[in-house]
Design a protein around this ligand. Structure first.
Ligand SMILES: [Zn+2]
Length: 489
Protein backbone atom coordinates (compact mmCIF):
# COMPACT_ATOMS: atom_id res chain seq x y z
CA UNK A 1 0.00 0.00 0.00
CA UNK A 2 1.46 3.31 -0.98
CA UNK A 3 -0.76 5.43 1.21
CA UNK A 4 0.92 7.87 3.55
CA UNK A 5 0.76 6.70 7.09
CA UNK A 6 1.42 9.64 9.28
CA UNK A 7 2.28 7.25 12.06
CA UNK A 8 2.82 3.89 10.45
CA UNK A 9 4.09 2.08 13.51
CA UNK A 10 0.93 2.76 15.41
CA UNK A 11 -1.25 2.08 12.43
CA UNK A 12 -1.27 -1.66 12.50
CA UNK A 13 -1.75 -1.93 16.22
CA UNK A 14 -4.54 0.58 16.24
CA UNK A 15 -6.28 -0.80 13.23
CA UNK A 16 -6.69 -4.27 14.66
CA UNK A 17 -9.83 -2.89 16.23
CA UNK A 18 -11.24 -2.23 12.79
CA UNK A 19 -14.91 -2.68 12.43
CA UNK A 20 -15.65 -2.39 16.11
CA UNK A 21 -19.20 -1.13 15.89
CA UNK A 22 -19.39 2.29 17.42
CA UNK A 23 -23.10 2.31 17.56
CA UNK A 24 -23.75 -0.91 19.42
CA UNK A 25 -20.82 -1.82 21.58
CA UNK A 26 -19.21 1.53 22.05
CA UNK A 27 -18.44 0.69 25.64
CA UNK A 28 -15.96 -1.92 24.44
CA UNK A 29 -13.80 0.84 23.01
CA UNK A 30 -14.20 3.64 25.53
CA UNK A 31 -10.72 3.06 26.98
CA UNK A 32 -8.65 4.99 24.46
CA UNK A 33 -5.04 3.84 24.38
CA UNK A 34 -3.90 5.85 21.39
CA UNK A 35 -5.22 7.93 18.55
CA UNK A 36 -5.43 6.13 15.27
CA UNK A 37 -3.32 7.33 12.38
CA UNK A 38 -4.70 9.36 9.56
CA UNK A 39 -4.38 7.56 6.23
CA UNK A 40 -4.16 9.77 3.16
CA UNK A 41 -4.27 7.98 -0.17
CA UNK A 42 -2.30 8.95 -3.24
CA UNK A 43 -4.40 10.31 -6.07
CA UNK A 44 -3.14 7.39 -8.16
CA UNK A 45 -4.96 5.00 -5.80
CA UNK A 46 -8.21 6.89 -6.02
CA UNK A 47 -10.93 6.83 -8.61
CA UNK A 48 -10.46 9.87 -10.84
CA UNK A 49 -14.22 10.10 -11.35
CA UNK A 50 -16.72 11.29 -8.80
CA UNK A 51 -19.48 8.87 -7.80
CA UNK A 52 -22.25 9.31 -10.31
CA UNK A 53 -24.79 7.87 -12.69
CA UNK A 54 -24.23 6.32 -16.10
CA UNK A 55 -27.65 7.42 -17.31
CA UNK A 56 -30.41 9.48 -15.74
CA UNK A 57 -33.04 9.34 -18.47
CA UNK A 58 -35.57 6.63 -19.28
CA UNK A 59 -34.26 3.05 -19.50
CA UNK A 60 -35.73 -0.06 -21.06
CA UNK A 61 -34.54 -3.44 -19.84
CA UNK A 62 -35.31 -5.72 -22.75
CA UNK A 63 -36.12 -9.43 -22.59
CA UNK A 64 -35.21 -9.83 -18.94
CA UNK A 65 -36.34 -12.33 -16.29
CA UNK A 66 -38.27 -10.52 -13.56
CA UNK A 67 -38.45 -11.54 -9.90
CA UNK A 68 -41.11 -9.26 -8.42
CA UNK A 69 -39.98 -9.57 -4.79
CA UNK A 70 -43.46 -10.52 -3.58
CA UNK A 71 -42.82 -14.23 -4.01
CA UNK A 72 -44.25 -14.62 -7.51
CA UNK A 73 -42.61 -17.06 -9.90
CA UNK A 74 -39.96 -15.47 -12.12
CA UNK A 75 -41.49 -14.06 -15.30
CA UNK A 76 -39.37 -14.73 -18.39
CA UNK A 77 -39.03 -12.51 -21.42
CA UNK A 78 -40.20 -9.23 -19.90
CA UNK A 79 -39.48 -5.63 -20.73
CA UNK A 80 -39.17 -3.18 -17.83
CA UNK A 81 -39.46 0.54 -18.52
CA UNK A 82 -38.04 3.00 -16.01
CA UNK A 83 -38.98 6.64 -16.48
CA UNK A 84 -39.28 9.75 -14.32
CA UNK A 85 -37.61 7.95 -11.43
CA UNK A 86 -40.20 5.19 -11.34
CA UNK A 87 -40.98 1.76 -12.65
CA UNK A 88 -43.20 2.92 -15.46
CA UNK A 89 -44.37 -0.31 -17.08
CA UNK A 90 -43.67 -4.06 -17.29
CA UNK A 91 -44.84 -6.40 -20.00
CA UNK A 92 -43.92 -9.14 -22.43
CA UNK A 93 -40.94 -8.12 -24.50
CA UNK A 94 -41.81 -5.83 -27.41
CA UNK A 95 -45.24 -4.80 -26.12
CA UNK A 96 -44.45 -1.56 -24.27
CA UNK A 97 -44.71 1.98 -25.64
CA UNK A 98 -41.33 3.57 -25.01
CA UNK A 99 -40.17 7.17 -25.23
CA UNK A 100 -37.95 8.06 -28.19
CA UNK A 101 -34.92 8.91 -26.06
CA UNK A 102 -35.05 5.69 -24.02
CA UNK A 103 -31.79 3.87 -23.34
CA UNK A 104 -32.21 0.20 -24.24
CA UNK A 105 -30.33 -2.37 -22.18
CA UNK A 106 -30.26 -5.93 -23.51
CA UNK A 107 -31.53 -8.18 -20.70
CA UNK A 108 -31.29 -11.65 -22.18
CA UNK A 109 -29.77 -13.96 -19.58
CA UNK A 110 -30.23 -11.37 -16.85
CA UNK A 111 -32.62 -11.20 -13.92
CA UNK A 112 -34.19 -7.98 -12.66
CA UNK A 113 -35.23 -7.97 -9.01
CA UNK A 114 -36.08 -5.22 -6.56
CA UNK A 115 -33.11 -3.37 -5.11
CA UNK A 116 -32.09 -4.94 -1.81
CA UNK A 117 -33.11 -3.36 1.48
CA UNK A 118 -30.81 -3.73 4.47
CA UNK A 119 -33.21 -3.48 7.40
CA UNK A 120 -30.51 -3.42 10.07
CA UNK A 121 -27.32 -1.41 9.75
CA UNK A 122 -25.53 1.46 11.48
CA UNK A 123 -23.63 4.11 9.53
CA UNK A 124 -20.22 4.79 11.04
CA UNK A 125 -18.76 8.10 12.11
CA UNK A 126 -15.26 9.44 11.69
CA UNK A 127 -12.97 8.14 9.02
CA UNK A 128 -10.77 5.79 11.01
CA UNK A 129 -13.00 2.75 10.83
CA UNK A 130 -15.65 1.24 12.95
CA UNK A 131 -14.22 2.09 16.34
CA UNK A 132 -14.17 5.81 15.70
CA UNK A 133 -17.17 7.12 17.60
CA UNK A 134 -16.68 10.65 16.42
CA UNK A 135 -19.45 12.67 14.90
CA UNK A 136 -17.64 13.44 11.63
CA UNK A 137 -19.77 11.94 8.86
CA UNK A 138 -16.97 10.63 6.64
CA UNK A 139 -16.61 6.87 6.96
CA UNK A 140 -20.30 6.66 6.31
CA UNK A 141 -19.77 8.03 2.82
CA UNK A 142 -17.77 4.85 2.11
CA UNK A 143 -20.46 2.78 3.82
CA UNK A 144 -23.11 4.30 1.57
CA UNK A 145 -21.11 3.63 -1.59
CA UNK A 146 -20.48 0.03 -0.53
CA UNK A 147 -24.20 -0.49 0.03
CA UNK A 148 -25.20 0.90 -3.35
CA UNK A 149 -22.37 -0.94 -5.11
CA UNK A 150 -23.78 -4.20 -3.74
CA UNK A 151 -27.30 -3.42 -4.98
CA UNK A 152 -28.75 -2.10 -1.72
CA UNK A 153 -31.07 0.73 -2.73
CA UNK A 154 -32.73 1.37 0.63
CA UNK A 155 -31.36 0.87 4.13
CA UNK A 156 -32.57 1.32 7.69
CA UNK A 157 -30.11 2.93 10.07
CA UNK A 158 -31.43 1.27 13.21
CA UNK A 159 -29.77 3.35 15.90
CA UNK A 160 -27.15 6.05 15.75
CA UNK A 161 -26.23 9.54 16.78
CA UNK A 162 -29.45 11.11 15.49
CA UNK A 163 -27.81 13.98 13.63
CA UNK A 164 -25.35 11.66 11.92
CA UNK A 165 -28.06 9.42 10.51
CA UNK A 166 -30.46 12.25 9.71
CA UNK A 167 -27.74 14.27 7.96
CA UNK A 168 -26.81 11.27 5.84
CA UNK A 169 -30.45 10.67 4.89
CA UNK A 170 -31.03 14.32 4.02
CA UNK A 171 -27.76 14.80 2.11
CA UNK A 172 -28.60 11.70 0.05
CA UNK A 173 -32.11 12.95 -0.59
CA UNK A 174 -30.71 16.31 -1.67
CA UNK A 175 -28.41 14.59 -4.16
CA UNK A 176 -25.20 15.58 -2.37
CA UNK A 177 -23.95 12.02 -1.88
CA UNK A 178 -24.44 8.72 -3.66
CA UNK A 179 -25.98 5.86 -1.74
CA UNK A 180 -29.22 4.09 -0.96
CA UNK A 181 -32.25 5.97 0.28
CA UNK A 182 -32.32 5.87 4.06
CA UNK A 183 -34.88 5.36 6.77
CA UNK A 184 -33.57 6.07 10.25
CA UNK A 185 -34.41 5.10 13.82
CA UNK A 186 -32.51 7.96 15.44
CA UNK A 187 -31.33 7.48 19.00
CA UNK A 188 -31.15 4.29 21.02
CA UNK A 189 -33.66 4.33 23.83
CA UNK A 190 -32.04 2.65 26.78
CA UNK A 191 -32.20 2.44 30.54
CA UNK A 192 -28.40 2.39 30.82
CA UNK A 193 -25.77 3.59 28.34
CA UNK A 194 -24.69 0.83 26.01
CA UNK A 195 -24.16 2.39 22.60
CA UNK A 196 -21.66 4.98 21.46
CA UNK A 197 -21.36 8.39 23.03
CA UNK A 198 -24.15 10.60 21.76
CA UNK A 199 -26.30 7.79 20.45
CA UNK A 200 -28.18 6.93 23.65
CA UNK A 201 -31.23 8.54 25.14
CA UNK A 202 -31.84 7.22 28.62
CA UNK A 203 -35.33 6.43 29.83
CA UNK A 204 -34.60 5.41 33.41
CA UNK A 205 -38.21 5.40 34.61
CA UNK A 206 -41.55 4.65 32.95
CA UNK A 207 -42.52 8.32 32.84
CA UNK A 208 -44.93 8.66 29.94
CA UNK A 209 -44.65 12.46 29.78
CA UNK A 210 -40.88 12.46 29.53
CA UNK A 211 -40.82 9.52 27.11
CA UNK A 212 -43.47 11.15 24.99
CA UNK A 213 -41.47 14.37 24.74
CA UNK A 214 -38.43 12.38 23.56
CA UNK A 215 -40.56 10.66 20.94
CA UNK A 216 -42.00 13.97 19.79
CA UNK A 217 -38.46 15.21 19.24
CA UNK A 218 -37.48 12.12 17.27
CA UNK A 219 -40.57 12.48 15.12
CA UNK A 220 -40.67 16.21 14.49
CA UNK A 221 -36.94 17.06 14.50
CA UNK A 222 -35.47 13.93 12.96
CA UNK A 223 -38.34 12.52 10.91
CA UNK A 224 -38.30 9.17 12.70
CA UNK A 225 -41.33 6.88 12.44
CA UNK A 226 -39.90 3.75 14.12
CA UNK A 227 -37.55 4.19 17.07
CA UNK A 228 -35.08 1.67 18.42
CA UNK A 229 -34.79 0.41 21.95
CA UNK A 230 -31.76 -1.47 23.07
CA UNK A 231 -30.62 -4.44 25.01
CA UNK A 232 -30.91 -3.33 28.58
CA UNK A 233 -34.29 -1.62 28.60
CA UNK A 234 -36.69 -2.86 31.26
CA UNK A 235 -39.97 -4.33 30.11
CA UNK A 236 -41.88 -1.80 32.24
CA UNK A 237 -40.20 1.13 30.51
CA UNK A 238 -40.57 -0.60 27.17
CA UNK A 239 -44.30 -0.99 27.69
CA UNK A 240 -44.68 2.73 28.36
CA UNK A 241 -42.40 3.61 25.45
CA UNK A 242 -44.45 1.50 23.06
CA UNK A 243 -47.75 2.92 24.30
CA UNK A 244 -46.43 6.47 23.92
CA UNK A 245 -45.11 5.68 20.46
CA UNK A 246 -48.36 4.13 19.28
CA UNK A 247 -50.27 7.15 20.56
CA UNK A 248 -48.12 9.20 18.16
CA UNK A 249 -48.48 6.83 15.19
CA UNK A 250 -44.89 5.79 15.80
CA UNK A 251 -43.46 2.31 16.29
CA UNK A 252 -40.75 0.61 18.34
CA UNK A 253 -38.25 -2.01 17.22
CA UNK A 254 -36.13 -3.54 19.94
CA UNK A 255 -32.94 -5.49 20.46
CA UNK A 256 -33.49 -7.39 23.70
CA UNK A 257 -30.49 -9.74 23.60
CA UNK A 258 -31.40 -12.79 25.68
CA UNK A 259 -35.03 -12.15 24.90
CA UNK A 260 -34.92 -11.40 21.18
CA UNK A 261 -37.96 -13.05 19.66
CA UNK A 262 -39.58 -13.74 23.03
CA UNK A 263 -43.31 -13.79 22.26
CA UNK A 264 -44.36 -13.16 25.86
CA UNK A 265 -42.45 -9.89 26.06
CA UNK A 266 -44.00 -8.96 22.74
CA UNK A 267 -47.42 -9.67 24.20
CA UNK A 268 -46.64 -7.79 27.40
CA UNK A 269 -45.23 -4.68 25.77
CA UNK A 270 -46.82 -4.70 22.28
CA UNK A 271 -43.49 -3.76 20.73
CA UNK A 272 -43.65 -3.79 16.96
CA UNK A 273 -40.66 -5.93 16.19
CA UNK A 274 -37.36 -7.43 17.21
CA UNK A 275 -34.16 -6.13 15.65
CA UNK A 276 -32.37 -9.50 15.77
CA UNK A 277 -32.91 -13.23 15.48
CA UNK A 278 -29.90 -13.99 17.65
CA UNK A 279 -28.71 -14.41 21.23
CA UNK A 280 -31.82 -16.07 22.60
CA UNK A 281 -31.12 -17.69 25.94
CA UNK A 282 -33.55 -20.49 25.04
CA UNK A 283 -33.88 -22.09 21.60
CA UNK A 284 -37.12 -20.67 20.16
CA UNK A 285 -39.81 -23.06 19.01
CA UNK A 286 -42.60 -23.25 16.44
CA UNK A 287 -45.01 -22.33 19.25
CA UNK A 288 -42.98 -19.16 19.89
CA UNK A 289 -43.23 -18.32 16.19
CA UNK A 290 -46.99 -18.88 16.14
CA UNK A 291 -47.40 -16.59 19.15
CA UNK A 292 -45.29 -13.90 17.47
CA UNK A 293 -47.30 -14.22 14.28
CA UNK A 294 -50.53 -13.91 16.24
CA UNK A 295 -49.20 -10.82 18.00
CA UNK A 296 -48.12 -9.34 14.65
CA UNK A 297 -44.54 -8.86 15.82
CA UNK A 298 -41.92 -8.79 13.09
CA UNK A 299 -38.34 -10.02 13.39
CA UNK A 300 -35.30 -8.76 11.47
CA UNK A 301 -32.86 -11.62 10.90
CA UNK A 302 -29.19 -10.74 11.25
CA UNK A 303 -27.71 -14.23 11.17
CA UNK A 304 -24.60 -12.85 9.50
CA UNK A 305 -23.84 -11.07 12.78
CA UNK A 306 -22.81 -14.46 14.13
CA UNK A 307 -19.88 -14.27 11.72
CA UNK A 308 -18.58 -11.85 14.33
CA UNK A 309 -19.74 -13.50 17.51
CA UNK A 310 -18.92 -17.08 16.51
CA UNK A 311 -16.34 -16.41 13.79
CA UNK A 312 -18.43 -18.55 11.43
CA UNK A 313 -17.25 -17.02 8.19
CA UNK A 314 -13.61 -17.34 9.10
CA UNK A 315 -14.23 -20.97 9.98
CA UNK A 316 -16.10 -21.60 6.73
CA UNK A 317 -13.98 -19.63 4.28
CA UNK A 318 -10.65 -18.82 5.93
CA UNK A 319 -8.92 -15.51 6.55
CA UNK A 320 -8.44 -14.83 2.84
CA UNK A 321 -12.11 -14.75 2.00
CA UNK A 322 -12.10 -11.07 1.13
CA UNK A 323 -9.58 -11.57 -1.67
CA UNK A 324 -11.23 -11.76 -5.03
CA UNK A 325 -14.52 -10.56 -3.51
CA UNK A 326 -15.32 -7.41 -5.49
CA UNK A 327 -18.19 -6.37 -3.22
CA UNK A 328 -15.59 -6.00 -0.47
CA UNK A 329 -12.31 -5.23 -2.22
CA UNK A 330 -13.55 -2.54 -4.58
CA UNK A 331 -15.21 -0.41 -1.93
CA UNK A 332 -13.46 -1.00 1.39
CA UNK A 333 -10.44 1.23 2.07
CA UNK A 334 -7.12 -0.60 1.81
CA UNK A 335 -6.16 0.29 5.37
CA UNK A 336 -9.19 -1.65 6.62
CA UNK A 337 -8.31 -4.61 4.43
CA UNK A 338 -4.63 -4.52 5.24
CA UNK A 339 -5.46 -4.67 8.92
CA UNK A 340 -7.87 -7.51 8.21
CA UNK A 341 -5.27 -9.46 6.26
CA UNK A 342 -2.67 -9.01 9.00
CA UNK A 343 -4.91 -10.76 11.46
CA UNK A 344 -6.83 -7.77 12.72
CA UNK A 345 -10.05 -9.56 12.04
CA UNK A 346 -8.95 -12.50 14.12
CA UNK A 347 -8.08 -10.21 17.02
CA UNK A 348 -11.38 -8.43 16.67
CA UNK A 349 -13.32 -11.65 16.57
CA UNK A 350 -11.53 -12.84 19.69
CA UNK A 351 -12.78 -9.76 21.49
CA UNK A 352 -16.32 -10.51 20.40
CA UNK A 353 -15.99 -14.14 21.38
CA UNK A 354 -15.06 -12.84 24.82
CA UNK A 355 -18.15 -10.61 24.89
CA UNK A 356 -20.32 -13.54 23.86
CA UNK A 357 -18.73 -15.67 26.54
CA UNK A 358 -19.36 -13.01 29.16
CA UNK A 359 -22.99 -12.50 28.20
CA UNK A 360 -24.12 -15.98 27.20
CA UNK A 361 -21.24 -18.31 27.99
CA UNK A 362 -22.85 -20.49 30.61
CA UNK A 363 -26.17 -20.58 28.71
CA UNK A 364 -25.29 -21.23 25.10
CA UNK A 365 -22.05 -21.34 23.13
CA UNK A 366 -21.53 -18.98 20.17
CA UNK A 367 -21.80 -21.91 17.77
CA UNK A 368 -25.01 -23.07 19.41
CA UNK A 369 -26.40 -19.54 19.32
CA UNK A 370 -25.65 -19.39 15.62
CA UNK A 371 -27.25 -22.77 14.98
CA UNK A 372 -30.34 -21.57 16.85
CA UNK A 373 -30.58 -18.46 14.70
CA UNK A 374 -30.14 -20.47 11.49
CA UNK A 375 -32.94 -22.85 12.51
CA UNK A 376 -35.16 -20.05 13.84
CA UNK A 377 -35.22 -18.32 10.43
CA UNK A 378 -36.96 -21.32 8.86
CA UNK A 379 -39.28 -21.81 11.84
CA UNK A 380 -40.42 -18.20 11.62
CA UNK A 381 -40.92 -18.30 7.85
CA UNK A 382 -42.88 -21.56 8.11
CA UNK A 383 -45.13 -20.19 10.86
CA UNK A 384 -46.13 -16.90 9.29
CA UNK A 385 -43.92 -14.43 11.16
CA UNK A 386 -43.06 -11.33 9.13
CA UNK A 387 -39.29 -11.80 8.95
CA UNK A 388 -37.06 -9.19 7.42
CA UNK A 389 -33.44 -9.42 6.55
CA UNK A 390 -30.60 -7.25 7.78
CA UNK A 391 -26.94 -7.42 8.63
CA UNK A 392 -25.89 -5.21 11.55
CA UNK A 393 -23.07 -3.82 9.45
CA UNK A 394 -20.52 -2.88 10.52
CA UNK A 395 -19.29 -5.54 12.87
CA UNK A 396 -15.98 -7.23 12.13
CA UNK A 397 -16.45 -9.29 8.95
CA UNK A 398 -19.97 -7.94 8.44
CA UNK A 399 -19.28 -5.70 5.45
CA UNK A 400 -21.67 -3.04 4.23
CA UNK A 401 -23.58 -4.31 1.22
CA UNK A 402 -21.72 -7.57 0.80
CA UNK A 403 -23.21 -8.94 3.99
CA UNK A 404 -26.74 -8.75 2.51
CA UNK A 405 -25.68 -11.33 -0.06
CA UNK A 406 -24.06 -13.41 2.66
CA UNK A 407 -27.24 -13.28 4.78
CA UNK A 408 -29.32 -14.44 1.82
CA UNK A 409 -26.88 -17.31 1.23
CA UNK A 410 -27.16 -18.35 4.88
CA UNK A 411 -30.96 -18.37 4.57
CA UNK A 412 -30.86 -20.60 1.52
CA UNK A 413 -27.84 -22.81 2.12
CA UNK A 414 -28.07 -23.22 5.89
CA UNK A 415 -31.62 -22.39 6.99
CA UNK A 416 -33.10 -24.25 4.01
CA UNK A 417 -35.41 -21.42 2.92
CA UNK A 418 -36.23 -21.21 -0.80
CA UNK A 419 -34.32 -18.57 -2.77
CA UNK A 420 -37.48 -16.73 -3.91
CA UNK A 421 -38.76 -16.61 -0.33
CA UNK A 422 -35.39 -15.30 0.78
CA UNK A 423 -35.43 -12.58 -1.86
CA UNK A 424 -38.91 -11.63 -0.68
CA UNK A 425 -37.56 -11.15 2.85
CA UNK A 426 -34.71 -8.98 1.54
CA UNK A 427 -37.03 -6.78 -0.49
CA UNK A 428 -40.80 -6.66 -0.08
CA UNK A 429 -40.97 -7.96 3.52
CA UNK A 430 -38.33 -5.43 4.56
CA UNK A 431 -40.33 -2.72 2.82
CA UNK A 432 -43.44 -3.82 4.72
CA UNK A 433 -41.52 -3.77 8.00
CA UNK A 434 -40.33 -0.24 7.25
CA UNK A 435 -43.76 0.74 5.87
CA UNK A 436 -42.20 1.85 2.60
CA UNK A 437 -43.81 -0.86 0.46
CA UNK A 438 -45.85 1.83 -1.30
CA UNK A 439 -42.52 3.36 -2.41
CA UNK A 440 -40.10 0.51 -3.04
CA UNK A 441 -39.31 -3.16 -2.32
CA UNK A 442 -41.04 -4.83 -5.26
CA UNK A 443 -41.29 -4.54 -9.02
CA UNK A 444 -44.58 -3.01 -10.04
CA UNK A 445 -45.54 0.14 -11.92
CA UNK A 446 -45.53 3.32 -9.88
CA UNK A 447 -42.86 2.32 -7.38
CA UNK A 448 -39.44 3.93 -7.22
CA UNK A 449 -37.12 2.66 -9.94
CA UNK A 450 -34.97 0.67 -7.49
CA UNK A 451 -33.64 -2.39 -9.30
CA UNK A 452 -30.86 -4.91 -8.99
CA UNK A 453 -30.09 -6.60 -12.32
CA UNK A 454 -27.84 -9.65 -12.20
CA UNK A 455 -26.43 -12.30 -14.48
CA UNK A 456 -28.03 -15.70 -14.01
CA UNK A 457 -31.10 -16.62 -12.02
CA UNK A 458 -31.08 -16.07 -8.23
CA UNK A 459 -34.33 -18.04 -7.96
CA UNK A 460 -32.20 -21.10 -8.71
CA UNK A 461 -28.84 -20.00 -7.37
CA UNK A 462 -29.03 -17.35 -4.65
CA UNK A 463 -25.36 -16.45 -5.07
CA UNK A 464 -26.21 -15.07 -8.51
CA UNK A 465 -27.32 -11.89 -6.68
CA UNK A 466 -23.60 -11.16 -6.45
CA UNK A 467 -23.18 -11.14 -10.24
CA UNK A 468 -24.35 -7.56 -10.55
CA UNK A 469 -24.75 -6.07 -14.01
CA UNK A 470 -26.82 -2.96 -13.22
CA UNK A 471 -28.09 -1.09 -10.20
CA UNK A 472 -30.86 1.47 -10.60
CA UNK A 473 -31.88 3.83 -7.84
CA UNK A 474 -34.89 6.08 -8.29
CA UNK A 475 -34.84 5.21 -11.97
CA UNK A 476 -31.22 6.26 -12.53
CA UNK A 477 -28.60 3.82 -13.75
CA UNK A 478 -25.73 3.86 -11.26
CA UNK A 479 -22.20 4.07 -12.64
CA UNK A 480 -20.95 1.31 -10.34
CA UNK A 481 -17.34 1.72 -11.38
CA UNK A 482 -17.49 5.32 -10.16
CA UNK A 483 -18.36 4.08 -6.65
CA UNK A 484 -15.07 2.20 -6.29
CA UNK A 485 -11.81 3.55 -4.79
CA UNK A 486 -13.44 6.66 -3.35
CA UNK A 487 -11.27 6.83 -0.21
CA UNK A 488 -11.28 10.57 0.04
CA UNK A 489 -12.08 12.63 3.09
ZN1 LIG B 1 -27.49 -3.23 15.37
Amino acid sequence: MSAHHLKLGAAIGALITLGLPAATFGQASTIVSEREPIVVYDESELNPARPGYAWEGASLLQDVRVIDGRGGAPAEGQDVLLADGRIHAIGPSGTLDVPADVRVLEGTGLTAMPGLIDAHMHLQGGWRGGNDNGPRPLTLKWDLLALLYAGVTHAYDIGNIPDRAADARDILAAGGWMGPDLTIAGTYFETAPVGAVGSNTLLPVPDATYIGAQLDSMKSVYGVEMVKCHSGISSQVLRVLVAAAHARQMRVVCDLWHNNGNPWIARQTHLDGYAHNTFMAKAPTAEDARLLAAEGTFVIATTVLMDTFSGARLAQEGIDYTRGNPLIRNVQPPHYLEAHDRGGLVASLERYAAITEAILGDVVSPDEARAQAVAWNKIMVDNGVLVGLGTDATYPSVWFGESMHREMEIWVNESGIAPLRTIQAATWDNARILKIDDRTGSIRPGLEGDLLVVEGNPAENISDTRNIRYVFTNGKLVDRESLTRQWRF
